[in-house]
Ligand binder design. Structure first.
Ligand code: NAP
Length: 253
């Protein structure tokens, strides 16, 4: 009998998991994306896009599509979707596994200023005009638009709407993974003085932190949001092990 697995995506882990499940015998996997990115990375499995309509909508989707198991592989800052996943899995009676990527931790030579949210990050930039490398995404620019004295080098997957932008801005649209030498050159060439990042964790975006360390630059680091309790693993390999151990899913080499 074929089992159906719903992957809540929006991360590199979700795509890697989709790849692994695409060839697993007896498994049909569906990748769910919020639809934020105009051209998402190519998926080897079927994709559905857009919100479910809260916890109740997700529980309904699980029932209607006869989902047997759900894997939350959303971005570490997608706190609302993670909460809906926990609640909907409980109400629909399906097992849920969350992939919770470890946060970055400061290393010797790092000059981190840790803050709770993006408003705190904008405040941490201070009053004096600074040259800022802003990598926190295009959706939440309001706090930085309210700190217009700074120059922002803003990097996001898609370009933000013009009306959201601070006045002094250079835009770069790019998708990771990024390389240390490119990050170093980018920051040096733009005479960056401070970096703003969410503590997303993972290898793909970490080179900006290494470059900041090498250049002696401070990093304003937004802490992880509080997440609901769930059975969780740290990475895709552990997720595949969990599927094999608890749900008899087999994978071709
Ligand atoms: P969020 O605040 O936790 O979610 C907001 C709403 O977006 C959810 O309630 C849900 O709408 C919808 N949604 C989110 N992820 C979804 C998914 N995989 N499939 C279907 N609907 C989804 O999350 P967000 O910050 O908007 O992030 C949205 C997407 O971008 C996620 O896939 C996330 O992994 C990715 N992402 C987020 C960040 C970040 O910093 N937040 C960074 C990179 C990528 P309904 O309530 O209508 O179901």
């Amino acid at each position: 009998m074929t089992r159906k697995i719903l992957i809540l995506g929006g991360s590199g882990e979700a795509l890697a998991l989709a790849r692994a499940l695409s060839t697993a015998p007896g498994i049909t996997a569906i990748l769910s994306l919020a639809g934020r990115t105009a051209v998402p990375a190519a998926s080897p499995i079927d994709v559905r896009r857009g919100g479910f309509g809260g916890t109740a909508g997700l529980a309904r989707y699980i029932a209607e599509h006869k989902i047997d198991l759900m894997i939350d592989a959303t971005h570490p800052f997608a706190a609302e979707m993670k909460r809906h996943a926990v609640e909907a899995a409980a109400s629909a009676g399906v097992p849920l596994l969350a992939i919770r990527r470890p946060a970055w931790a400061p290393q010797a030579g790092d000059r981190w200023i840790e803050v709770d949210d993006l408003a705190g990050a904008a405040a941490a930039l201070g009053e004096a005009p600074a040259r800022v490398f802003l990598t926190t995404g295009r959706k939440e620019l309001t706090p930085f638009a309210a700190a217009p004295q700074h120059f922002y080098l803003l990097r996001s997957v898609d370009a933000p709407e013009a009306k959201r932008l601070p006045p002094h801005v250079d835009l770069i649209t790019a998708r990771g993974p990024f390389r240390l030498e490119d990050e170093f050159a980018l920051m040096r060439d733009h005479r960056i003085e401070i970096v703003v990042s969410k503590n997303s964790g993972g290898a793909a975006a970490a080179p900006k932190l290494e470059a900041a360390r090498a250049l002696g630059l401070p990093v304003v680091m937004v802490r992880r949001p509080v997440l609901p309790e769930a059975i969780s693993v740290a990475n895709v390999t552990e997720a595949l092990d969990w599927l094999a151990a608890h749900h008899d899913v087999t994978f071709s080499a």
